[in-house]
Design a protein around this ligand. Structure first.
Ligand code: PLP
Length: 402
């Protein structure tokens, strides 16, 4: 008789965005034809950069010609793309070897699949609030999870010191959902803690491209001394270059990183070659174009556009006098719901009174209770109208109360 993985029953009832979709659908049925502005799920809205599209087309053309046709790609990605990624790291002063880079279809898959490398009895630390993928993938493999609080007291930047120490540590900087980023000093404290306790840090750098103050906030954990002996880094072109639909990311595992006497880079190669057959050639061509001078300049324009949206959102939230984090080194603005409203209560008010959809902080963990997330990835028009609606709704409220 077939038996299922019993850990499925330990997962939370509904993936956060599925619950949001359910409430939005209910609203649409009750309010047919009413327009909605979506600043909830963090999907991008600007198209791919022209140089990226050209490279993808060229890749397709090559596949249509006998002499340049290609079959299965290398498991770890084509060398030309791994060289481009290594060159990108070099721009911000981090030296990575091409044999330490693995190309994939995105950071979600890699952050989820990495658990294959580790024994089920590892204790896993995640910061709370948290990107749900780290939690759910470990629940599915039956691991114990401990939570490090990110809250108002520590500026939504959980720090190490937990006893007993965990074996695996997930960090995300700039953070989804709080929009905060770790400074060099804060990240060094995590690296020292991991080295001291022989733990591995799983570092999600999906939003590194949004870091503005590079002197203060590292773009990569490998800019921190000692990280090569204790960290794995995930990165993605989804938010950096609008690849949410195109799909491409990369994971960096330094050669010297070992656990239990095994080189993790070699285990990952073994895992990938067993379960993954690589990313398509045209997509890898497109990804390599992102890291060219022209590509970087074109994607910077898109990032600047989203950052301006972030400034519009944080400007509104600030004017309304609400506490918030993020919005500068991140596409997320994380704010305290007004008047001690609960996250889901605020979600419903915003949806029903203004037709604006955001993300309730509570969906990311207990420290998200009473907090809310907006994304800056919407169009300028949508962002500006949503903020006008918010301003009208709450400023007039304040005025009425006076
Ligand atoms: N990591 C974080 C922190 C994210 O917020 C996201 C997407 O929202 C991802 C990873 C997923 O990235 P990808 O699209 O490359 O799978």
């Amino acid at each position: 008789m077939t038996k299922i993985n019993k850990n499925f029953s330990n997962l939370g009832e509904n993936y956060l965005f599925a619950e949001i979709a359910r409430r939005v659908n209910e609203f649409k049925v009750k309010n047919p034809g009413r327009e909605l502005i979506r600043l909830g799920i963090g999907d991008v809205t600007l198209p791919l950069a022209p140089v990226v599209v050209e490279a993808m087309k060229k890749g397709c053309d090559e596949l249509g010609v006998k002499e340049t046709f290609k079959g299965y790609p290398d498991y770890e990605g084509y060398l030309f793309l791994r060289e481009a990624v290594a060159g990108y790291y070099k721009r911000f002063g981090v030296k990575i070897g091409t044999e330490e880079i693995f190309i994939s279809d995105g950071a979600k898959s890699d952050a989820g699949n990495i658990v294959d490398l580790f024994a089920p009895d590892n204790r896993v630390l995640v910061t709370d609030p948290v990107y749900p993928v780290y939690v759910d993938t470990n629940i599915l493999s039956g691991r114990e999870i401990v939570y490090a609080d990110s809250n108002e007291d520590n500026g939504f930047a959980a720090m190490p010191g937990q006893t007993p120490p965990p074996d695996l540590i997930y960090l995300c900087s700039p953070n989804n959902p709080t929009g905060t980023a770790y400074t060099f000093g804060q990240l060094k404290a995590w690296v020292d803690y991991a080295l001291e306790n022989k733990a591995v840090i799983l570092y999600d750098a999906a939003y590194e491209a949004f870091i503005e103050d590079e002197g203060k906030y590292p773009r990569s954990i490998f800019a921190v001394d000692g990280a090569r002996r204790c960290a794995i880094e995930f990165a993605s072109l989804s938010k950096t270059a609008g690849f949410t639909g195109t799909r491409c990311g990369y994971t960096v595992i330094p050669l010297e990183l070992e656990a239990d006497g095994m080189r993790l880079r070699d285990l990952w190669y073994r895992r990938q070659s067993t379960k993954f057959n690589g990313v398509s050639y045209p997509v890898q061509c497109a990804a390599a174009a992102v890291f060219s001078d022209e590509g970087l300049s074109q994607i910077r324009e898109n990032i600047a556009y989203y950052k301006e949206n972030a400034a519009i959102i944080s400007g509104t939230v600030k004017r309304l006098g609400w506490e918030y984090t993020g919005g500068v080194n991140s596409p997320y603005i994380w704010f305290k719901c007004p008047g001690n409203t609960g996250s889901w209560e605020f979600f419903d008010t915003l949806l029903n009174s203004a037709g604006v959809v955001g993300t309730p902080g509570e969906g990311f963990g207990k420290n998200g209770k009473g907090w809310f997330r907006f994304t800056a990835f919407g169009s300028r028009e949508a962002t500006a109208s949503a903020m006008n609606l918010l301003d009208n709704l709450y400023r007039s409220d304040t005025v009425r109360q006076k």
